[in-house]
Design a protein around this ligand. Structure first.
Ligand code: FNR
Length: 182
């Protein structure tokens, strides 16, 4: 049966290349993984007071996490970091105190940018924070993707054979990671 994967996409813009990369990964996973987007852009800024009357996006987010086998983060790089919208989501996930939804959750991180380092710095910082939150983050293979539009077809297939194989390897490793840690 397919594993349920909660997906955090760190970009909110419509034409996001990270959203496109997510679609590519979903296709490569086939029927092994079922992706469920965590709509992290809908979450309010973290505020402890809001637990008194839980906002609907927070309730949905926590519920989705609590019914997921794993989490996948697909992040852009913003000023050599990862976007604040992801940090906000990490913080919501760790609370209320004693109900950390990230605890022992298998996780993988990837991301893409047009720049040569392909989000490596952002991913490194995100890895550290997700580990601190309690996620079991897959260490290898790393997947720092320099976005080149000509490599990807609009239907989410990968035109370039080398890239396709690399991304397939990443997805296959994530499936195994979930199977052994989940
Ligand atoms: C960027 N971009 C960027 N790229 C990069 O490789 N390293 C970086 O540090 C930054 N910094 C940065 C800051 C801010 C505020 C923005 C808006 C952008 C460029 C970024 O990679 C590019 O806009 C991608 O297209 C963003 O990903 P999405 O939104 O297409 O998924």
């Amino acid at each position: 049966m397919a594993k349920n994967v909660a997906v955090m996409i760190g970009s909110l813009r419509r034409e996001s290349i990270n959203r496109k990369l997510t679609a590519v990964l979903e296709k490569l996973a086939g029927d092994r993984l079922q992706f469920h987007e965590l709509h992290i852009g809908d979450l309010p800024h973290y505020n402890d007071d809001l637990w008194d009357n839980i906002p609907e996006p927070v309730a949905r987010f926590k519920d989705r996490l609590d019914h997921s086998d794993a989490v996948l983060a697909v992040t852009p790089e913003y000023n050599r970091g990862y976007p604040g919208v992801i940090k906000n989501a990490i913080d919501w996930g760790t609370r209320p105190y004693g109900q950390n939804s990230w605890a022992r959750m298998p996780a993988a991180i990837t991301g893409t940018s047009p720049g040569a380092v392909g989000t490596a710095v952002a991913q490194s910082r995100l890895r550290s924070d997700m580990l601190n939150a309690g996620c079991m983050v897959m260490a290898i293979p790393e997947a720092y993707i320099q976005w080149k539009p000509e490599i990807y077809a609009p239907d989410g297939s990968v035109e370039d054979e080398g890239t396709r194989k690399f991304l397939q390897g990443f997805v296959d490793a994530f499936v195994s990671w979930i199977d052994t840690r989940g």
